[in-house]
Design a protein around this ligand. Structure first.
Ligand SMILES: Nc1ncnc2c1ncn2[C@@H]1O[C@H](COP(=O)(O)OP(=O)(O)OP(=O)(O)O)[C@@H](O)[C@H]1O
Ligand SMILES: N[C@@H](CCO)C(=O)O
Length: 321
């Protein structure tokens, strides 16, 4: 359960007094996620999510995230909306952390996605890419190539305690990607963490996207590469090419990939797998005392990385031309 920071009744009451959200009916920590502290807030006016932003979210980036959720919603992407307080502010401070209240989104995230879910996320992601085109703020991807060495150095001394040889494997991949990482691909605003726990469905219909706190400006195809790993592997870490095909072809029905993006996809997928391997490794080795969180398994992403290293072209992901 991700609660890193506890909120006292007094602090909550003082914080909510600034808002017009009614009075509290219940308030509980949410047993999911690993990045921020999230609470389900029920009031006499409805349900909300209260988030305290933790270590990977820089306070200076919050206006980008808040503005993006509002922008995307205006462009028809269903996502949580920041609730502004009586002073018109969407961001505040609670228990010493930057904090915000957002609207509650109906739907469930899918534990075992099928090809139709993969198609749903491909289409929604492409629509999000187009909807972000005229968003005025920019944010560099802090967890792209330049962000990986600090993560690696934070974990390397203990990496082999998680799996023998893991340190060298990550170091070799880091050097490989540093020599080849593409930087001229078509880009714009990407979600950068569109895992299955960040996409809600009602039955098999996608009902909305959440958790925009890694969103940034980067290559569109990198977002797709993240989703290939997050959506298209089976529990035994075998890649399911039908899911890959469903994801990519649904994406392409809305936004066709250029030849440069197609060629770069295997490399981007390696980078994406390394990114999640490294963040998971750092988190696995550094669970803060008292935090209620279940860190995610870094080795899942080592295995996915090994798959992407064997891929020869985007056809191996099911891309049809
Ligand atoms: N707006 C919302 N509406 C409904 N439920 C939400 C909303 N925001 C968050 N949740 C619930 O809280 C959980 C955790 O939220 P979120 O994914 O934002 O946390 P996180 O710590 O940033 O997670 P991650 O590990 O994916 O980065 C979600 O899986 C969902 O169950
Ligand atoms: N979605 C990420 C957590 C957020 O960085 C993971 O599964 O590792």
């Amino acid at each position: 359960m991700a609660v890193y920071t506890e909120v006292s009744d007094e602090a909550l009451t003082e914080f909510l007094a600034l808002y017009d959200v009614g009075s509290v009916v219940s308030f509980k920590g949410i047993a999911e996620g690993v990045e921020n502290s999230n609470f389900l807030l029920r009031t006499t006016k409805g349900q909300f999510i209260l988030t305290l932003y933790e270590k990977r979210v820089a306070a200076a980036d919050l206006p980008f995230f808040v503005g993006l959720m509002e922008h995307l919603s205006r462009r028809g992407v269903t996502c949580p909306q920041p609730v502004r307080n009586r002073a018109g502010e969407a961001l505040g401070t609670l228990a010493g952390r930057p904090a915000a209240i957002v609207t509650f989104l109906d739907g469930l995230w899918i534990r075992r996605p099928n090809v139709r879910h993969c198609a749903g996320v491909g289409e929604a992601m492409a629509r999000m890419h187009l909807a972000g085109a005229d968003f005025s703020l920019r944010r560099e991807n802090a967890l792209s190539l330049a962000g990986w060495p600090p993560l690696f150095h934070a974990a390397e001394a203990q990496a082999d305690s998680v799996a023998p040889g893991l340190r060298d494997e990550a170091a070799t991949e880091l050097a490989f990607l540093a020599a080849r990482w593409p930087n001229r691909l078509p880009g714009g605003v990407i979600h950068a963490d569109l895992f299955n726990d960040n996409v809600f469905f009602l039955a098999e219909r996608l009902s909305g996207l959440i958790d925009f706190y890694f969103a940034c400006n980067d290559a569109f195809a990198y977002d797709l590469a993240i989703c290939l790993s997050a959506w298209c592997f089976e529990p035994d870490n075998a890649f399911n090419v039908s899911k890959g095909q469903a994801l990519i072809s649904a994406y392409e029905r809305v936004r066709r990939l250029g030849d440069d993006e197609v060629a770069a996809l295997p490399l981007l997928a390696r980078g994406a797998a390394l990114r999640f391997l490294l963040t998971r490794l750092v988190d696995w080795l550094n669970v803060p005392a008292g935090a209620k969180v279940a860190p995610k398994n870094p080795l899942e992403y080592r295995d996915k990385l090994r798959f992407h290293q064997r891929v020869r072209s985007a056809a191996d992901y099911g891309l049809v031309r």
